[in-house]
Design a protein around this ligand. Sequence first.
Ligand SMILES: O=C(O)c1cccc(C(=O)CC[C@H]2O[C@@H](n3cnc4c(=O)[nH]cnc43)[C@H](O)[C@@H]2O)c1
Length: 232
Amino acid sequence: MDLKPHGLISQSESYSELNGNVLVMVSVEAEREAVLRGLQGNSRFEVRLAGVGMALAAANTAFALAAADNCGLVISAGIAGGFAGQAAIGDIVVATDIVAADLGAESPDGFLPLDELGFGSCRVPVPAALAARAAAALQAAGMPAKAGPVLTVATATGTAETALRHAALVPGAAAEGMEGYGVAAAAQQAGLPAMEVRAVSNAVGPRDKAAWRIKDALNALEQAFAILTEVL
Ligand SMILES: O=C(O)c1cccc(C(=O)CC[C@H]2O[C@@H](n3cnc4c(=O)[nH]cnc43)[C@H](O)[C@@H]2O)c1
């Protein structure tokens, strides 16, 4: 495919029509299977493994894009933690912005994001029309879908303190995962729009793996992609 240099297409441009194929990056095989079930053989979509974490996700997305045929959109998808009051277990979150929540520097006055250090941005905006169209389609189909910022973290949140800190850092933060910013950064480098679609399996907060509802979240992810094929 034709890889465009960084910055040629603004991610905040509105996209009325989507052209080309869709690359979906998920972290693990169970997520890949769920998305594939939802896609029901739709040949416009390709689903690849990103691995866990931002670095592997960026590298694998770049490799997948280099081999992709006529890709017009990249989606980071999978299960996620939901922020209290924003997204409950089983909800779908469509990202309005994809935000690397812990990429920057500490200072005595608090966290300094890349933006304030002058090294680029921690935020990849999702084209507003795309996020709105996806969330509206999911809601119209009766799914509990929310739109809001989705955070990418290197360390999954395991305390109430970190949950509150991240929620304060990014007002309206709806969910957190570990790959979105890496996938979106690779898409941005290729001049392509990025989205993130997450199904909530657990609450962001004190770690309690026994309370994770992975099967429910994977079922929601499957249903979401069955609907998204109609509007993307
Ligand atoms: O054990 C399983 O069967 C299983 C099936 C599917 C996925 C998993 C994962 O553990 C995926 C890890 C993946 O999930 C995202 N995630 C989920 N909850 C959170 C969270 O609270 N904070 C951050 N990330 C979360 C993340 O993107 C991981 O890569 C297991």
